[in-house]
Design a protein around this ligand. Structure first.
Ligand code: GRF
Length: 206
């Protein structure tokens, strides 16, 4: 069996990307390969993190139309025969056309996932942790979901709760949420490698 090939798309710090890369490297190249890390920001720290772990990285900034930008990305995805895309703080929506092209290479299945620091559908979009904290919610958490063209709206695959304790400083709460993200996203990668969830391997349409 070929190794599972994943690509990670990220725009920022890349702590989730790093956790995924480390987990993949622990499994080894016979089982899983991070084909590349892609960022839409050339200055994103995630690109340096990828290099530090000897993972190929691409900065594909959007200097053209959305369609042309996505074509550049699809070209890379195809070249590397990527099986799954993990979004990890990628600050762009993928279009329906991008997603349908990608799924057409995977038996029509959606194999693009995202991680989000809230219990969706609550607090989609940016600053989810801070907004939930300001609302003094009793709990929030982390969601892994399939990606559609909406903002954090795709089918939910997994959710776990993080309680907000009385007098919990925002930084501590945020840290617990981020730690849970790393735990859940790496476990999700494990589940793909163990084939607990069916993968349709890259196959170009004939
Ligand atoms: C994470 O909280 C992720 O859930 C959200 O963006 C943040 C990215 O953080 N989508 P990092 O770059 O992985 O550290």
């Amino acid at each position: 069996m070929n190794p599972l090939r994943v690509a990670i798309f990220a725009s920022g710090t890349g702590s989730n990307a790093q956790a995924l890369i480390q987990r993949a490297q622990n499994w080894g190249p016979e089982k899983v390969e991070v084909s590349f890390v892609l960022s839409d920001k050339a200055s994103a720290p995630v690109l340096e993190k990828a290099k530090a772990f000897s993972v190929r990285s691409y900065a594909v900034e959007k200097n053209t139309t959305k369609q042309a930008h996505e074509q550049q990305i699809l070209h890379l995805v195809k070249e590397h025969q990527v099986d799954w895309i993990f979004l990890a703080g990628y600050m762009r929506l993928l279009s329906a056309s991008f997603l349908s092209q990608f799924s057409s290479w995977h038996g029509g299945q959606s194999q693009v996932v995202n991680i989000h620091p809230s219990l969706l559908p609550l607090y989609p979009g940016v600053d989810s942790i801070a907004r939930a904290y300001q609302d003094r919610v009793p709990q929030s958490g982390v969601t892994i979901h399939l990606v559609d063209e909406g903002m954090d709206t795709g089918t939910i695959l997994q959710q776990e709760v993080v309680r907000l304790l009385p007098d919990d400083p925002m930084a501590n709460w945020a840290q617990r949420i981020h730690q849970l993200e790393h735990h859940m996203y790496t476990k999700f990668l494990d589940s793909l490698i163990r084939q607990e969830r069916r993968t349709f391997y890259f196959q170009e349409n004939i």
